[in-house]
Design a protein around this ligand. Structure first.
Ligand code: SF4
Ligand code: SF4
Length: 207
């Protein structure tokens, strides 16, 4: 088993806080949390969180590695910034939540069926192809991600909306299907490839 895989399956790690500080965007702020609970109380998702931000930060400090990284919670953050403006310690909570989600995804621990993760993946794959989002292909991908019959059902449900947009000139399916690439999409691919190489080197991941 490689060193990285050994790290991946560990349920608890005493130095998990250090791991977060080294690998998660703004993770070095977690130790500043004083557990006042203002962020959790201010979050519009308050009643629906499995682990609100305050609890996640406590779990990180307690070394609950697997429970944190496999959690659905950070994927629910809508970037409303309520928590950030209210935190008495000025923690960049939103960025930490997205950073944790990104780190879990990179390690392959993130919940596979989480809808936000699946949408983010579709969106990313769509936008990097042509340098801009092809809305039609993105919508088709979303409708059919749970199978063909579900896709047809969702498509029929949304048909009146699509027709309305088409009539008012807000949707051009022919233009979207045939192209939608921005100028210099190849250069964007090169930049992303380079950025990934640098990121992997910095974090110690295999290219
Ligand atoms: S509001 Fe800030 S200090 Fe209070 S629990 Fe949340 S992150 Fe910690
Ligand atoms: S930014 Fe995210 S964590 Fe903060 S209050 Fe909004 S939804 Fe909750």
């Amino acid at each position: 088993m490689s060193e990285l895989n050994k790290v991946m399956v560990e349920k608890y790690r005493n130095d998990f806080l250090k791991e977060v500080e080294a690998n998660v965007e703004e993770g070095n702020w977690v130790k500043m949390c004083m557990q006042c609970g203002v962020c959790s109380g201010s979050c519009p998702f308050g009643p629906y969180w499995e682990h609100p931000p305050q609890e996640l930060f406590m779990m990180i400090r307690a070394g609950k590695r697997e429970e944190v990284l496999a959690s659905e919670s950070m994927w629910m953050c809508t970037s409303c910034y309520n928590c950030i403006v209210r935190c008495p310690r000025e923690l960049p909570i939103t960025h930490i939540m997205h950073g944790l989600a990104n780190y879990a995804h990179r390690l392959g621990i993130a919940p596979k069926m989480n809808p936000t993760r699946r949408f983010a993946k579709l969106f990313w794959e769509n936008i990097i192809k042509g340098g801009r989002v092809n809305e039609l292909k993105l919508s088709i991908g979303l409708y059919f991600m749970d199978g063909f019959s579900n896709g047809v059902k969702k498509g029929l449900e949304m048909l009146p909306v699509g027709l309305g947009m088409f009539k008012t000139g807000r949707l051009n399916p022919f233009g979207l299907l045939s192209g939608g690439k921005c100028k210099g999409a190849g250069d964007i691919h090169k930049m992303l490839k380079k950025a990934k190489e640098i990121e992997n080197r910095r974090k110690g991941f295999a290219p």
